[in-house]
Structure formats: C-alpha cells, structure tokens
Design a protein around this ligand. Structure first.
Ligand SMILES: Nc1ncnc2c1ncn2[C@@H]1O[C@H](COP(=O)(O)OP(=O)(O)OP(=O)(O)O)[C@@H](O)[C@H]1O
Ligand SMILES: [Mg+2]
Length: 224
C-alpha cells in the first residue's frame, strides 16, 4: 500500500525535512507517527498525499508513483485518500452536512445519494444530530468529526490524519483516536501523526513510527 525507498524531501528554501526514509506499510494497518515538533511528520504525510514530491528516492502510494510528472495520476490517487489535515479542515458558512457533501462532489453521485451517504458518514462519527448546524457553531472536536466524516465518505483505502487531537481535551482526544483507529479494516490503512504518545501506547496491532530530524528512528509493531 505504501512503499518508500530512500526518500529525501528538500523544500524549495533548502530545508531538508525528510532524509533517507525507508518504509513499507501494508493494507489494513494502523500507523502512529510521533516525533518532536519540526521532525518531519507533516512532511511525510504531504509526500504520501502527493502535495510534495521526493527530491531523491522513491515513494509509491497505492501503486502510484509520487513524482512531479505524475500530477494527473496523483489527482486520481487522491480520490482514494481521506485527508484529515489542519489546514483544510472545514468551510465556514456551511453546515456540517454541506461540508461532508463536499467530499463526494466530483464522484458523480445523484444529489439524493450524496445526501444520504453524507448523513451516513456523519452518523459514523457520531454527529448526525448536528447535520444542519453551521460549522462555526460547532466545537473544535465536532469540527474534527466533520472533517473525518468528509474524509471517510469516499471509502478511501488510506486515511491520513495530521495531529487530529491537537486542540482537544483528554476525553475528546481519546474518542477521536478511537474513532480514527476504528476506521481501519482489511482494505483501509489509517496513518495518524500525534504528539499524544501517552494515548496510543496501549494500542494493539498498531505500527509505531518515531521520526527525529527527518529520519525514522524507531519502527515497531504491526499485525504480522
Ligand atoms: N513548505 C515548507 N518550506 C520549507 N520548510 C518547511 C516547509 N514545511 C515544513 N518545513 C520545515 O520542515 C521541517 C519539518 O516540518 P514538519 O511540518 O514536517 O514537522 P512536524 O513534525 O509536522 O512538526 P509539528 O509537530 O510541529 O507539526 C521543519 O524544519 C519545518 O520548518
Ligand atoms: Mg506537523
């Protein structure tokens, strides 16, 4: 599902955010990525989304090579990825339902199917009762659930969540992590970056990856 061989990511300004990353993730894995601020966690997710390209080495996501010349195919690949990123969370002035429906805009669903699928997704994240609320009237944790509903509505093979517990108190952080990890199934892998190491160390069957200074310094766990 994910194969990274000797990948380096150097940004335009010369900052090398990832160095010689080697990583294999199979289908249906739950992966936690931890590491200090600035260590390269978000950069790794951006590589997997095809928002950035490796400066060296090779990155394959769901069989698709991540490289500049593959832009069109990367756009298609993204339909199979559910992103829960902080910089594109929810759209203000729209309801929870409308925000989720944006996740299936380009899939050619009928309006009726778009609505029913979106309501299903909101139900999965425990927010169906708020479907008609404007997102600015929702709490941060509820907005996070809207973002997750929007990400899962396409039934993506890969869910990428960047710091999903960032601004949440303990209870909400735990329930968001539970929700995200419950989305893992045989076909769906879930990757989560988090600072909340104390919340994830009892997770069975998960892969734990630690990044420091752009390098993977620890990798353990998994289902095998
Ligand atoms: N667009 C960019 N251009 C230049 N440098 C960048 C860019 N984005 C990130 N960096 C740098 O790359 C390094 C890794 O950043 P990244 O955002 O991946 O870290 P992170 O582990 O996600 O940190 P945090 O825990 O604070 O979110 C940092 O030194 C950061 O300053
Ligand atoms: Mg980050």
């Amino acid at each position: 599902m994910i194969r990274i061989k000797g990948a380096t990511l150097t940004y335009k300004d010369g900052t090398t955010a990832l160095k010689d990353i080697n990583l294999n993730i199979g289908a249906g894995e739950l992966v936690y990525i931890t590491g200090p601020s600035g260590s390269g966690k978000t950069s790794l997710l951006k590589l997997l989304m095809g928002v950035e390209y490796p400066s060296e080495g090779e990155v394959l996501v769901l069989g698709q090579k991540i490289a500049k010349e593959e832009k069109r195919r990367i756009r298609r690949l993204r339909r199979n990825i559910g992103p829960v990123f902080q910089d594109f969370r929810v759209i203000k002035g729209r309801t929870a339902l409308e925000n989720v429906m944006m996740g299936v805009r380009f899939l050619g669903f009928s309006p009726k199917k778009m609505k029913s699928e979106s309501l299903n997704a909101l139900e999965k994240v425990g927010l169906k009762h708020k479907y008609s609320s404007l997102v600015e009237n929702l709490s941060w944790g509820e907005c996070q659930r809207v973002a997750i509903a929007r990400a899962i509505i396409r039934k993506p093979a890969l869910i990428l969540a960047d710091e999903p517990t960032g601004n949440l108190d303990l209870d909400n952080a735990v329930s968001i992590l539970e929700l995200l990890s419950s989305l893992r199934d045989d076909k769906t892998s879930v990757l989560i970056t988090t600072h909340a190491t104390h919340l994830i160390d009892n997770q069975k069957d998960a892969v734990f990856i630690r990044i420091n200074g752009g390098r993977i310094t620890m990798e353990q766990g998994g289902r095998a």
